[in-house]
Design a protein around this ligand. Structure first.
Ligand SMILES: [Zn+2]
Length: 281
């Protein structure tokens, strides 16, 4: 049921084309969505921003603009109300990036519904902001593709993209660990130094085992090692369902690791600021 802007935003952002959502019985006008706001990914700002929806009024083609007879074309074959309108969603931050929607408001025996019948640029699933901020450019795209494939249960495809992401990001993750402010980070730096000379990835991954921050060790195993182990072996030995499960697990673990690194970073920043302020007094 669409009750507020938040529901509308969720519908516009996260539902594929031809999805529908029920409208409240008090719904009065399709134009009602005009000036609604919603959260959406802006490709210019490269982040999730507030967008405003603007309807193409054009004197409401409601009545007689169709040569062949006006109002009857705003009903479906069963004589139920059906109106399609074009909307533009505009990013309020850059005021430049925009997305077009074709929205159909229609009635049937069950009441009124809103249906998405067009969207350009096309529907894709929007990843969480902290991940997009973390990934390199190529992996932002890889991750969006992985999520889209996951949403349709295409396991082999999703698994391939997530493996590629792990492959691309794993050294960066270890570098970030080495830059965290905790006693063992120097040992991780040393291991990276050795890796830069001998390129023995397995040794690096094994080596950092003892030096991980507690937050990452808290789940009982070295999550970096588990992620890395997903890169070995061919995809061909797994079924679509096995790949789907693996892809979901990699996604969960990758998010955990990146979230923890971000948390460590911001906690240390806050603690350091507090310390500096106190020592000034
Ligand atoms: Zn923008």
């Amino acid at each position: 049921m669409l009750k507020n802007d938040k529901d509308l935003g969720e519908f516009l952002s996260n539902k594929p084309i031809y999805s529908k959502i029920k409208l409240e019985s008090g719904f009065s006008s399709a134009n009602k969505f005009d000036k609604s706001t919603f959260q959406y990914f802006c490709e210019i700002d490269e982040s999730i921003e507030t967008f405003e929806l603007i309807v193409y009024h054009g004197y409401m083609p409601f009545r007689d603009h169709l040569n062949t007879g006006g109002q009857k074309h705003w009903k479906n074959k069963d004589d139920f109300f059906s109106l399609t309108q074009q909307y533009k969603g505009i990013c309020k931050r850059c005021n430049k990036y925009h997305i077009d929607f074709l929205l159909n408001t229609y009635a049937d025996e069950e009441g009124l519904h809103l249906r998405k019948v067009g969207q350009y640029p096309p529907f894709e699933i929007t990843p969480e902001k902290y991940l997009l901020n973390y990934f390199i450019k190529e992996d932002k795209e890889n991750y969006k593709k992985a999520l889209l494939l996951l949403s349709q249960s295409f396991g082999i495809g999703a698994f391939s993209y997530l493996r590629r992401i792990v492959e691309n990001e794993i050294i960066r993750i270890i570098e970030d660990l080495s830059n965290l402010d905790f006693p063992e980070s120097n040992q991780i730096k040393d291991l990276l130094e050795t890796y830069s000379k001998n390129h023995q990835m397995a040794n690096l991954i094994e080596g950092i085992n003892d030096y991980l921050p507690n937050t990452l060790k808290s789940i009982g195993n070295n999550p970096i090692k588990v992620l890395y182990s997903q890169l070995s072996g061919g995809i061909h030995s797994f079924s679509e369902d096995e790949c789907l499960e693996k892809a979901q697990l990699i996604d969960t673990l990758l998010k955990f690791v990146i979230r923890k690194i971000n948390e460590e970073n911001s906690e240390i920043k806050i603690a350091r600021e507090a310390m500096n302020k106190l020592s000034e007094k």
